[in-house]
Design a protein around this ligand. Structure first.
Ligand code: ADP
Length: 363
């Protein structure tokens, strides 16, 4: 059995509370990887399977727009592929891995996230794979540094976030990043203060995150997917749901510089039966999105102030296909810090942990 332990294929897995992120490194030249003929054949099959479809059954997706070509991992050049599926589908994933013959070739998979612990036994039992476990924040930072170095257009910010017609993405040079704050918005939220490539602390977090948005939105609107929730929110108006400063003051609260259009009480109109009867599913979705996002923004700002850091990088899959939340964060950071803090975003938003995990395994 010994000789079957081969370095390829290379995977990194980040098994989160909602989504499992899978990164696959496809070597440019399979003959470079010392493997037997039958292994090369299996590797070819795996490669063909993983890179052919952009949709894996009903629930898995390959994010083709994020694919990174001509990158080097451990001296081997190739392509990084980005794949995600709901963590709730793990059983099907393991069945598929077995069926595709991956179990014959892969003896160890590098994994991070809570699922690396939760599913360790299942990997062993179902496909006889060992999980090499790595810490999720170490992985996240390693992946972030690697991807930023390899993709010149990775980091960006939103210019003029309050004016829809003038709002656009601007590339940001993140080559001298320290110190910065990371706000990772997954199912829950973690905030890290990063002082150097290896020196960081988890300074805060909140359970009110992306999972809360999706959960509340499903409850309130009857929607069933994140994409649906975001589409509803895009068509809604949160001011039908929230109580604004002007609903209370009749205008601005001038003494403390609070504009009339500011939300004073999230969902604050929904105690009225009459208001409830007029509100739409779209309005409720929008209010949920605004409530969760503004709460995260204000925690981020407090952390940044506390740590005396002015660059705040927002990542995590909550920001996937979610320009409303990104622009809201961009605006809130700028407005409440009087222009001293900057909200930054990264294209590979939810995949840094999986990439970092793959890299650490091959260090
Ligand atoms: P975790 O590691 O906790 O799973 P992620 O960074 O993957 O965290 O983000 C999960 C969050 O991303 C969800 O709570 C939801 O708000 C959002 N999200 C984005 N796309 C999807 C999707 N296709 N399915 C479910 N949630 C999604």
């Amino acid at each position: 059995q010994e000789e079957l332990i081969q370095p390829m294929p290379w995977f990194g897995m980040d098994i989160g509370g909602t989504l499992c992120k899978l990164v696959y490194f496809e070597p440019k030249d399979l003959s470079e990887c010392e493997s037997s003929a039958s292994e090369v054949e299996t590797l070819r099959n795996i490669r063909r399977y993983l890179t052919k479809n952009s949709a894996y059954g009903k629930t898995g997706h390959r994010d083709i727009h994020l694919q990174m070509d001509n990158v080097t991992v451990k001296g081997v050049s190739g392509t990084l592929h980005f794949i995600r599926f709901p963590t709730s589908e793990m059983k099907n994933f393991l069945d598929l891995a077995k069926y595709k013959g991956m179990a014959k070739l892969v003896t160890t998979v590098c994994a991070t996230g809570g699922g690396a612990y939760k599913f360790e036994e299942d990997f062993k039992r179902e496909v006889n794979m060992k999980l090499a476990k790595f810490d999720e924040f170490d992985s996240l930072l390693k992946g972030l540094q690697y991807i930023d170095k390899n993709n010149p257009s990775e980091c960006y910010y939103w210019a003029n976030p309050t004016e829809p017609s003038k709002c656009f993405k601007v590339n940001h040079d993140f080559s001298h990043p320290y110190p910065f704050l990371i706000v990772n918005i997954g199912s829950g939220v973690s905030v890290l203060a990063v002082y150097s490539a290896t020196n960081y602390r988890r300074v805060s977090g909140t359970s009110i995150g992306g999972g809360t948005f999706l959960g509340l939105c499903c409850l309130l609107t009857g929607c069933n997917t994140f994409e649906e929730a975001i589409e509803l929110a895009a068509e809604g108006d949160n001011t039908h749901v929230d109580k604004l400063v002007k609903d209370i003051y009749g205008g601005d609260y001038q003494r403390f510089g609070l504009p009339g259009d500011l939300v004073a009480s999230s969902f604050g109109q929904m105690n009225s039966r009459e208001k409830r009867s007029k509100v739409s599913r779209q309005d409720l979705a929008r209010a949920t999105l605004v409530t969760i996002t503004n709460n995260i923004g204000s925690i981020a700002r407090m952390c940044a102030t506390q740590e005396k850091i002015d660059r705040v990088v927002f990542i995590g899959n909550f920001l996937r296909v979610n320009p409303i939340a990104m622009k809201l964060l961009a605006y809130a950071m700028d407005y409440w810090s009087k222009g001293t803090m900057k909200a930054l975003f990264l294209e590979h938003e939810g995949y840094f942990g999986a990439v970092g995990c793959l890299l650490q395994f091959h260090e």
